[in-house]
Ligand binder design. Structure first.
Ligand code: GLC
Length: 384
């Protein structure tokens, strides 16, 4: 199961000899009412979706292990326990912060009466860890997981001797960086624009996850909209007119950026989107809108590249290597759907980390599949 920022995805998978096969999958959006309601309502909703999920006859009454990609900052001391530190990505469900998410899920499963199978051991991972795990299975050199979707984040394998909070010097351990929270101490002030400041101030979690608010799918469309309003106010766009639609927060969706930047000489997509939004435009306006989208998405790619370059350079110097070959497992709609962001990011990382060769590997449902992998491993260890 994968609770990202926008949808809840449930997959039934079979892991045999290291091969993972998705047997069926379902996705449901998480509405704003649920995102901002009580924790009980959120977990009842999740339990109800697990209950509705079709399982074949031969599995009814059986106990299935559950891999849960829960994509929020948590304090995790055990594989089946994860305490939510704080919500991000527009979630603000009451009475969940400071609590163990697996316990809340189990309590909700007990409340629901419509399950025709049982949930056995629950293994909880961050979505970045899921992305790294699912990529790592086929690519042993994968030691980084990255998400650019509704939110953005990365995890990587760190040397134990550098992990001060855990005893032991041997081996490696996966660190969830929560890089979305970079800048929360004011360190990004120099590069934040007035649009970034506005996006942050009007969000439900001001001053939190500043870096994420400059990069991820939840915010990119809104940054573009604010920039367009400013250009119109300065008489540089739409002959100085700002319509109600343009003034309404979140009317410019992040997916429009991807559509506008598709290979499209006649600016057909841009014209269509502006028309659908009810904005009267000339051809020059379309070109400006496209330029704004390109500017904002390239900046997002560059910022992610900078963060990723920091990680690969760190891994390289930690190991005293002059050259590092590594693989990154990636997931997230922005990375996967935007026509240019991934290539821009990859080019930029080469520039910023010239002594590292990085292979990027993205797959459908990487986070959910990786969570399933983790659950399969734990199940196998328990049997042994
Ligand atoms: C947010 C969450 C983080 C998650 C990321 C991508 O930044 O805090 O845990 O990995 O979004 O979904």
């Amino acid at each position: 199961m994968d609770l990202g920022g926008t949808n809840l995805r449930i997959l039934r998978v079979r892991v045999v000899d290291g091969n993972l096969e998705v047997l069926n999958a379902e996705s449901t959006p998480i509405t704003t009412e649920i995102k901002q309601g009580t924790g009980e309502r959120l977990f009842d909703h999740i339990a109800a979706r697990l209950g509705d999920f079709p399982v074949p006859q031969d599995l009814q009454g059986e106990t299935l292990p559950l891999g849960f990609a829960f994509s929020f900052p948590c304090e995790q001391n055990q594989i089946d326990q994860s305490i939510l530190i704080r919500w991000t990505k527009g979630f603000n469900c009451s009475r969940v912060e400071g609590k163990d998410v697996v316990t809340l899920l189990r309590e909700a499963i007990q409340r629901t009466r419509n399950m025709n199978y049982n949930i056995g051991p629950v293994v909880i991972v961050n979505d970045t860890v899921g992305a790294m795990m699912s990529c790592g299975y086929n690519n042993p050199s994968c030691e980084i997981g990255m998400i650019i979707g509704t939110g953005t984040n990365a995890c990587y394998m760190e040397e134990m001797r550098n992990v001060r909070r855990v005893e032991g010097e041997e081996g490696r351990m996966c660190i969830n960086t929560e890089w979305g929270g970079f800048g929360d101490d004011g360190s990004l002030k120099d590069i934040q624009t007035e649009f970034d400041v506005k996006v942050d101030e009007t969000s439900i979690n001001p001053s939190v996850h500043i870096f994420e608010k400059m990069i991820s799918g939840m915010y990119l469309g809104e940054i573009v909209r604010l920039l367009l309003v400013r250009l119109a106010e300065d008489n540089l766009l739409f002959r100085g007119r700002t319509w109600q639609a343009l003034r309404t927060p979140f009317t410019f969706e992040t997916k429009f950026i991807s559509e506008i930047e598709e290979q499209d000489d006649g600016l057909v997509n841009t014209r269509r989107i502006l028309t659908e939004l009810g904005l009267e435009r000339e051809l020059v306006d379309c070109a400006v809108v496209r330029l704004v989208c390109e500017t904002i998405s390239s900046r997002a790619a560059d910022l992610c590249a900078a963060a990723l370059a920091t990680i690969v350079n760190r891994i390289r110097t930690n190991r005293g290597l002059s050259h590092l070959n590594t693989t990154v497992g990636v997931d997230g709609t922005v990375y996967r759907r935007h026509p240019k962001l991934s290539s821009r990011l990859q080019e930029k990382v080469v520039e910023l980390a010239p002594m590292c060769d990085i292979t990027f590997f993205d797959t459908d449902d990487a986070s959910g599949k990786g969570a399933a992998m983790a659950a399969a491993v734990v199940q196998r260890l328990a049997r042994q």
